[in-house]
Design a protein around this ligand. Structure first.
Ligand code: FAD
Length: 562
């Protein structure tokens, strides 16, 4: 059997290597348009910033590795420029010599990835405006930066006593993964960084209140974030610099511009092959990654996948799904009954010592779909036991079904342990777990790593309390004219409190119940929701009507900014 794989990185390379492990006799040809196979595009922002010093560190495997270890004919600088699906042949163009050849296949696997979006803005082709996709892109950016840093080391202005260097300025367009990771690295290189974001939040997969934490963190570390404005064009400025022009009529000077406004599935091959492309612009595949042509498979960033929670088609450009899909295709070609379970978009982003991660569905998607069968909770657990030095706060939002408790999504922001928390939720979601399962899950604990009740247990307990009606919740957006009772200590209220709240610390509550109204609903506030829950239990069991304000003042602080 002859298998041709187009694209030699995440999806393509994992398919080639797996297929060889399953079928020693298959003839495997893997073609890659660029100069490298199997490179770590996820490391590119860190190569730009010099955190990864050597370009060679980005090259996970070479064509030699594929030839020697896997007996795969891997060709770089080799582009598929035509597919004759009827005849089952592809046309290849050698990027160095221009020579064209035709190769037959029994099965064709397409993993061409997604290309950075580059709108036709005036001035977009001016030197100094970069996307970040490939090793050559990153090398060009690094060379551009090195050249400018060399120049700025000279005298820029003379104060009479000393020479002053002007800080180099970067404008990053788009607050997604690539924009933020590159922004962090540019700050590390001494740039003044401005990040422009069209909508009202960065990090689209997060709900807006969780994105606010990330925005604050970036701001604290020197990234100026400008929301609700979009690029309208670019123009040259004095001294070889650029100006980024915006729809709001602003002009931001820049020595470099990084475009991180998203990616678009590469569908040229699909068009050549006449296979179906979906409404979102990705190649349509079934759960075995077959395209509409049974002998052509597609994987990775180029395909539309079913979201495993909403069941909707979705585009997810992440390395994990691309690798898993490549492996599934190899299994299917080798005759195994492998299926892709759909994607849940589990992802993490790190910047300036903090991290934000998420999995599953967010609230705004549920709202868009008109799905009201969900509840959300906000938690602020310590990253590890508070008595062990160095614990920091995590901010978490967990979404679950009201009807059956199934966990639907989780988002977390913090400095430590964000990844392991979201990984636990990711696994729970894939297994169809409920908040009742989370209550019972047994996770590792020692004081320097976590807490005896891990955030997953904690979320399960809170969620299950809500569903069992042990903890009636009210959200900040729905307070109405309830009677506000703050059960924190007066010293805490001195720092911040809501106007008109009545303060009875939780440990005095039982003795002071006669100060509270029996004819009004009492909405109970504390710092994070925990003491408010204790107080609500006291009140309810003493005949009051009471609800806990979800997330307490820690959530209020964020909701107040929305
Ligand atoms: P790619 O890895 O993009 O490979 C596609 C290859 O196909 C390309 O090399 C292209 O040259 C080649 N090709 C296209 N057309 C042809 C043709 N006609 N002929 C021959 N070859 C062709 N994901 C994460 O999960 N975590 C991260 O931290 C992360 N960071 C990232 C950082 C950056 C800067 C970038 C760019 C991506 C990052 N990603 C990350 C996304 C991840 O890299 C992709 O989801 C993954 O690489 C997709 O794999 P793929 O095989 O679909 O496409």
């Amino acid at each position: 059997m002859r298998v041709i794989i187009v694209g030699g990185v995440a999806g393509g390379a994992s398919c080639a290597a797996r297929l060889r492990r399953l079928d020693e006799n298959a003839e495997i040809l893997m073609v890659e348009r660029g100069p490298y196979v199997s490179y770590a595009n996820c490391g590119l922002p860190y190569y730009i910033g010099g955190v990864i010093e050597q370009q060679s560190s980005l090259l996970v495997a070479t064509t030699d590795t594929f030839r020697d270890m896997f007996a795969v004919d891997a060709r770089t600088n080799c582009e598929v420029v035509g597919i004759a699906a009827g005849e089952k042949t592809v046309q290849l163009k050698d990027g160095v010599t221009g020579e064209m050849t035709t190769e037959p296949y029994d099965k064709l696997v397409i993993s061409p990835g997604a290309a950075p979006i580059r709108p036709p803005w005036p001035g977009i082709d001016l030197p100094g405006i970069f996307g970040v996709r490939t090793v050559p892109d990153a090398a060009q950016i690094r060379a551009w930066i090195d050249e400018r840093r060399g120049r700025s080391a000279g005298m820029d202005s003379y104060t009479g006593f000393q020479t002053r260097r002007r800080k180099l300025r970067a404008v990053v367009v788009g607050g997604g993964f690539i924009g933020i990771e590159t922004a962090e690295n540019l700050v590390g290189l001494g740039f003044e960084v401005t990040l422009l974001q069209r909508g009202d939040q960065i990090m689209g997969p997060l709900d807006i209140e969780m994105a606010r934490y990330v925005e604050r963190h970036l701001d604290k570390h020197g990234v100026r974030i400008l929301l609700n404005d979009a690029v309208s064009g670019f123009r040259e400025a004095a001294g070889g610099a650029l100006e980024v022009l915006t729809e709001a009529g602003k002009a931001y000077p820049a020595d470099i511009v990084i475009l991180g406004i998203g990616v678009k599935p590469e569908t040229a091959l699909a068009e050549m092959a006449g296979i179906e492309v979906g409404k979102l612009g990705g190649i349509r595949v079934d759960d075995q990654m077959h395209t509409s042509d049974p002998d052509i498979f597609a994987v990775g960033d180029a395909v539309e996948k079913r979201d495993c929670i909403t069941g909707e088609w979705s585009l997810v450009a992440l390395a994990g799904p691309a690798n898993r899909q490549g492996r599934i295709v190899a299994d299917v070609i080798a005759g195994r009954d492998a299926h892709f379970r759909g994607t849940q978009g589990t992802a993490i982003l790190g910047a300036f010592g903090g991290a934000v991660a998420w999995t599953g569905v967010n609230e705004k998607t549920l709202k868009r779909l008109g799905d009201e069968d969900y509840e959300k909770i906000y938690l602020y657990p310590n990253s590890h036991a508070g008595y062990y030095p160095g614990a920091t706060l995590l901010a978490m939002k967990v979404i679950f079904r009201k009807s059956d408790g199934k966990v639907l999504g989780a988002q977390a922001v913090g400095q430590e342990g964000v990844d392991k928390r979201i990984d636990a939720f990711a696994m729970a979601i894939q297994m169809g777990a409920t908040v009742y399962d989370l209550e019972e899950c047994e996770l590792c604990y020692a004081p320097q790593f976590g807490m005896a009740k891990s955030p997953a247990n904690f979320a399960g307990m809170v969620g299950a309390n809500v569903l069992r009606d042990d903890m009636a919740l009210v959200h900040w957006s729905d307070l109405g004219d309830g009677f506000l009772l703050d059960v924190r200590h007066p010293e805490e209220l001195a720092v911040e409190h809501l106007p008109g709240v009545v303060n009875i610390p939780v440990d005095e509550l039982r003795a002071r119940l006669d100060e509270l109204p029996r004819d009004r609903e009492i909405l109970v506030i504390c710092r994070s929701g925990q003491r408010a829950y204790y107080a609500t239990r006291v009140l309810v069991q003493n005949g009051f009507t009471a609800r806990t304000v979800a997330g307490g003042m820690l959530s209020h602080e964020i909701f107040a900014t929305l």
